[in-house]
Design a protein around this ligand. Sequence first.
Ligand SMILES: Cc1ncc(C[n+]2csc(CCOP(=O)(O)OP(=O)(O)O)c2C)c(N)n1
Ligand SMILES: [Mg+2]
Length: 268
Amino acid sequence: MKEIKDLRRFSREIRALTCEMFIKRKDGHIGGAFSIVEAIAAIFGKYKQKEDYFVLSKGHAGPSYYAALCLLGYIPKEHICTLNENGTILPSHPDRTRTPGVECTTGSLGQGISEACGMAYGLKIQGKKGNVYCIVGDGECNEGQVFEALQFAANKKLDNLIIIIDDNKKQVDGFTSDISCDFKFKNLLENFGFYTQEINGNNIEEVEKAIENCLKQKGQGNAIVMNTIKGCGIKYFEDLSSCHHMDFTEEQLAELQKFVDETRKELE
Ligand SMILES: Cc1ncc(C[n+]2csc(CCOP(=O)(O)OP(=O)(O)O)c2C)c(N)n1
Ligand SMILES: [Mg+2]
């Protein structure tokens, strides 16, 4: 997909399909799955090449990742509504031994980014082409392991690594700023030695431009700090004080269904 309008359409399809998984399952991590949809759409719709890797370090956002993989033909459609069922190929958190298209097993916060750094370094020392895209949660940055990974990536100048921080300002049970310091991730990452950009991560043009800039620069690791909204795309969930993981009520299931119906109609 080369054009913004195609990426925008892709992001809407991703949200609708993710809703269908949640409706069938009646629960799910909607907040963090929806805040990264534009990033997922841009990476998978335009940038990710065969030699590249993708790591969803905030593995609980798996469903929107699966939706993109399904729309691109990696995951057969008949599996899409088996999210988190016994024996499914779609566990709630990504598992590379189970799901076609998934390249890294994640879910234990902090580990994915470390694996991504290892992959990027591995590509470098083997003289191979390829970039590694890694999405990390803002709450996930509570994990010390994230900072160990950043130090390594900065030291090795991993310019084939693009770390994307999903700064949706919330974690499980509240605002990230109430749990840890109110970091300015941009300053932090710049001080670590990364080529850092701060953008509106729910604006697909801004995501596209930021990735484009990363692909041009050499000699530094890349970081994109995305200001996003938890639950972005459905106002009902955006407005809740918390929509991290939800056991959906009948009213909420109806909101999800309404969104699916409206989106499908608009996309016809
Ligand atoms: C090591 C580890 N500790 C705890 C958890 C449980 N957990 C799942 S999501 C989450 C909050 C993550 O917050 P954030 O990264 O901000 O996620 P988002 O807002 O993107 O959903 C926690 C603590 C986990 N998956 N891994
Ligand atoms: Mg968060």
